[in-house]
Design a protein around this ligand. Structure first.
Ligand code: C5P
Length: 230
């Protein structure tokens, strides 16, 4: 099921910056935000409680990867924070992903990272000793993620069509690397516009700097949201 709100990556180093950024939006506008490792480890669980207290939805992007028992307990702790979506590394295995689901409960969305987009095919072959193409590895991990009962994967927009073909109909793809046409690409290598991401079947888009660094973040958010829903 496609989420109509673009997920805003709250890549800020401090609590104060998050507060002033969110304060720009009308209080009745409920956002969907991504809290990543930097902010979570710097501020702690308080940041999630704060954002939830404002009525926003939270994707907690911590990419857990450990033995199944540890991941189950960690997920139970995250469930108590009331997050709406979180994630694991598919490389942890089917048992680990099932344990994550078990600890988190059925209501919270749980997705997996396949191959990080910072990993090249050469690195994967040489370092991980996986002798297939990168995209075959991504699709394999996505199928294992579905088998473990998770909701979907984080992937590059370029991978969505292949993943959708190889997984059940309700399996979701969350895609970062989204740039409205004409925007700064920054350090992202392969980008896609919100309308192109919609056309290829992304269910969630994650957008950071084009909103957080914009002169008028609220307007930038609205424009991206409009393009995503048009
Ligand atoms: O600022 P920007 O829109 O590039 O931010 C994208 C967000 O999505 C960042 O938080 C980044 O870490 C995250 N991300 C990504 N590519 C991935 C996985 C996560 O850009 N493959």
């Amino acid at each position: 099921m496609r989420e109509t709100r673009p997920i805003i990556a709250l890549d800020f180093p401090s609590f104060d910056q998050v507060k002033s950024f969110l304060a720009r939006f009308p209080s009745d506008e409920k956002l969907y935000v991504k809290i990543g490792m930097e902010l979570y480890y710097a501020v702690g669980p308080e940041i999630v409680r704060y954002v939830k207290s404002l009525g926003h939805s939270v994707f907690l992007d911590l990419k857990l990867h450990d033995i199944p028992n540890t991941v189950r307990s960690a997920m139970a702790a995250l469930a108590k924070l009331g997050v709406d979506m979180t994630n694991v590394h598919a490389a942890g295995g089917v048992e680990m992903m099932k344990a994550a689901r078990d600890g988190l409960g059925a209501e919270t969305k749980l997705i997996a990272v396949t191959q990080l987009t910072s990993t090249s095919e050469e690195q994967m072959k040489e370092f991980q000793n996986i002798q297939t193409s990168l995209v075959e590895s991504v699709v394999h991990y996505a199928q294992k993620t579905a088998e473990a009962g998770l909701d979907g994967v984080v992937c590059s927009a370029q991978e969505v069509e292949l993943i959708k073909k190889a997984t059940p109909a309700d399996f979701v793809c969350l895609t970062p690397g989204i740039r409205p046409s004409g925007a700064e690409v920054g350090d992202q290598k392969r980008v896609m516009t919100p309308s192109a991401a919609r056309a290829i079947g992304s269910d969630y888009i994650v957008v950071g700097r084009p909103i957080t660094q914009a002169h008028d973040p609220v307007q930038a958010y609205r424009d991206i949201k409009d393009e995503w829903n048009r």
